[in-house]
Design a protein around this ligand. Structure first.
Ligand code: SAH
Ligand code: SF4
Length: 344
């Protein structure tokens, strides 16, 4: 398999240049294009000779992905559907905030093996892990559309902590070569405890978001199949370990689903858990994706939020933005797969 140009270190580029009898300063030029300018396409590396640009395209995936579709959703949210070198598809999302700050939401896998029952990304299981170079291409291609972001969240398709090695490499290049502050990067996990323990060993100020969704194991079992589900207690203890290692308060993500996890009793328990673990709560009203789950009514969501806040916990409520059809992560990809199946 070819290597990805994105993610190459200066050492690797210099060794490559040597092996191809290219002067060493060319390696530095490529490096500068990759990381000072976030350009991953050789044809845009203007100060390189045409022959070298072609050589890079032949020797590397440079890039492996291309923007297959740009979808503008509500509130300035833009979704990029990226087609990978093997024809598979992933999404990355560009989310502008009212204050002008931009967040990129990146995918870590093609599909997802956790298969949460409410999530479009897990619908068809895992196809394959993304390579670090592919996650870095998401970042670079996002920049080519929207400029450098202020924040990065690994909350797109996939469970990043099940692809730990490539995720760790991606994080290292982002905070190293790209000089992107770790405290502006958030990794979201469905509570995959072995991966959380590995994440704790990074000891950098990356933020952690834990998709808890339920305050007890019984409710959680309604949402997440057993093969990759861990007990709430173990998840919280692994999250505490990460907080102790990186000094960052973590977030408990809680997707609110009508009749499943939206009772006031659950709200109070959630608030108490957050307070005792020094965590923040982020409520995500469920975005319907055509299965049996529904978003609770507005007033239920508001009461739930108030109840969590009444315990003294810090709580925010994120209404998924983007047009209704494509707002939740993984939905665009699934829609495209369906179109293919139907021959459209
Ligand atoms: N696998 C990781 C990161 C990707 S999912 C994780 O589960 O944390 C990112 C977040 O989106 C999770 O909190 C997930 O529960 C939420 N999510 C997925 N589908 C959703 C939907 N249809 N509506 C609202 N939130 C959803
Ligand atoms: Fe995977 Fe996260 Fe979706 Fe669950 S919510 S299926 S872990 S992407």
């Amino acid at each position: 398999m070819k290597k990805f140009l994105s993610g190459s270190s200066l050492y690797e580029l210099t060794s490559y240049a040597k092996s191809r009898q290219i002067p060493a300063f060319r390696a530095k030029q490529i490096y500068s294009w990759l990381y000072d300018h976030a350009v991953c396409e050789p044809e845009k590396m203007k100060n390189l000779p045409a022959a070298l640009r072609l050589m890079l395209q032949e020797d590397f995936y440079a890039p492996g992905s291309r923007i297959a579709e740009r979808v503008n959703a509500a509130d300035g949210v833009e979704k990029l559907m990226l087609q990978l070198y093997d024809g598979e598809c992933i999404e990355m999302v560009i989310l502008p905030a009212a204050d002008g700050r931009i967040t990129f939401c990146l995918s870590t896998q093609v599909g997802c093996p956790v298969k949460c029952r409410f999530c479009a990304s897990g619908k068809h299981g895992l196809v394959r892990n993304l390579k670090a170079g592919e996650m870095l291409e998401e970042f670079a291609l996002g920049i080519s559309c929207a400029g450098r972001p202020d924040n990065l969240v690994f909350m797109g398709i996939g469970e990043g902590l099940l692809n730990f090695e490539e995720l760790a490499k991606t994080l290292a290049v982002l905070s190293g070569e790209f000089n992107f502050a770790p405290r502006r990067i958030t990794v979201s996990t469905s509570g995959y405890v072995p991966g959380m323990k590995q994440f704790a060993t990074l000891k950098k100020e990356y933020n952690l978001a834990v998709s808890l969704h339920a305050v007890d194991d019984e409710t959680r079992a309604k949402l997440i199949p057993p093969h990759l589900r861990y007990p709430v207690k173990e998840i919280l203890s692994a999250a505490d370990e990460i907080r102790e290692a990186n000094g960052r308060q973590y977030t408990l993500e809680y997707t609110l689903i009508a009749g499943i996890n939206d009772s006031l009793e659950a709200a109070e328990k959630l608030g108490r858990i957050a307070v005792s673990h020094h965590a923040k709560v982020n409520l995500i009203p469920y975005n319907e994706t055509g299965n049996e789950f529904c978003r609770p009514d507005k007033n239920i969501i508001a009461e739930f939020e108030q109840k969590v806040a009444s315990t003294g916990a810090r709580v925010t409520c994120r209404v998924e933005r983007g047009s209704k059809k494509t707002a939740a992560c993984g939905q665009l990809r699934v829609m495209r797969m369906q179109k293919k199946e139907e021959g459209i």
